[in-house]
Design a protein around this ligand. Structure first.
Ligand code: 3HC
Length: 302
């Protein structure tokens, strides 16, 4: 199984991070991998380019100890190796692997893959970066590609986070799984295998933990500031649960929990993912976390 042309559809934070991480990985540069980032408008692509530029500049500053010339060269060489396109079908027709990182909506994902299924070569692998939707449901939109349809779940910030969950449906072929595992390894990340269950591994544990932190504060048992300090200093987490919820986005957290809660049946411990009142209230007020300038904490105006 040879993956030498990869398209990432969706140029938001996750898609841009995935494109960057593939384009910058030395093992994949050596294999002359071709990376294309796709979104529906030029504006969105420009925003994706900006996200990649900022992240690479941050890495370069450290790597080259503030040497502006070397940093600039590093950033430009990686950025210029990525193709930016607005036509997903055209990109798919020249891809061995297509990774989807668009809006977290089943209909939108199914529609995208239904279209791409008619354009991509027969051998091409499809992968979704969904954090909460069942991979098998998304894969239903393709006609004959269910053995080549997997979950590749990355974590924010993608260039920094080492983990990728490789989600294996019952129909995924062993060859494709092995090929994806190798790609993840070549990205200098670590792949873990998980079944197609709600939240896979990380979110199945992380989301109830964040929600329980919210409930703990709602009960008046501690302040959010003290909960964050406690989990950083007492459990060694890099961020406390409120800082993390603001970082992930409160709308994203609410969306994931509501989806699981409503889908309900078959989910053990359903009450663990019931969206807490204060989370719902903040989202209703447009306080979505860092990206909107306020969430559980205030980050100053955006
Ligand atoms: N691009 C490149 N590098 C980045 C970066 C980015 N976007 N963001 C952070 N970094 C790098 C910094 O350059 C720095 O590098 P260095 O160690 O070489 O100096 C390093 O990360 C640490 O960054 P900072 O010093 O600025 O800040 P922190 O030490 O606080 O680390 C953090 C920031 C990496 C975000 C850390 O706080 C962390 O790991 N937080 C937890 C993140 C987490 O749990 N993510 C998972 C969320 S769940 C998810 O994504 C699933 C989804 O489905 C919802």
């Amino acid at each position: 199984m040879s993956i030498s042309r990869v398209s990432i559809v969706g140029a938001g934070l996750m898609g841009a991070g995935i494109a960057q991480s593939i384009a910058a990985a030395p093992a994949l540069v050596a294999k002359k991998i071709q990376v294309t980032l796709v979104d529906v408008t030029q504006d969105r692509l420009d925003n994706g380019k900006k996200i990649i530029h900022q992240s690479l500049a941050r890495i370069a500053k450290k790597k080259f100890d503030g040497d502006a010339a070397k940093s600039g060269e590093f950033v430009d060489s990686i950025l210029s190796s990525i193709a930016f396109k607005t036509d997903a079908g055209a990109a798919a027709s020249e891809s061995d692997l297509i990774i989807e990182a668009i809006v977290e909506n089943l209909d939108a994902k199914q529609k995208l893959f239904r279209d791409l299924d008619t354009r991509a070569p027969k051998h091409a692998i499809f992968a979704s970066n969904t954090s909460s939707l069942p991979i098998a449901e998304i894969a239903k939109s393709t006609l004959s590609r269910r053995d080549r349809f997997a979950g590749l779940h990355f974590f924010n910030p993608v260039p920094q986070m080492k983990l990728v969950e490789i989600v294996r449906t019952k129909e995924l072929s062993q060859d494709v799984f092995v090929g994806l595992k190798q790609l993840v390894k070549d990205m200098d990340k670590v792949g873990v295998e998980c079944k197609d269950t709600p939240g896979f591994i990380v979110n199945r544990l992380l989301v109830p933990y964040m929600l329980e932190a919210v409930r703990l504060v709602e009960r008046g048992d501690a302040t959010k500031e003290d909960v964050d300090i406690a989990m950083k200093l007492g459990a060694g987490y890099p961020m406390g649960p409120f800082e993390l919820a603001d970082y992930v986005g409160l709308d994203t957290t609410q969306f994931i929990t509501e989806g699981w809660y409503k889908a309900g049946k078959g989910l053990q411990g359903k009450e663990l993912v019931q969206p807490p009142e204060s989370l719902v209230k903040l989202v209703g007020e447009g306080k979505l976390g860092r990206k909107s300038g306020a969430g559980f904490y205030d980050y100053g105006k955006k």
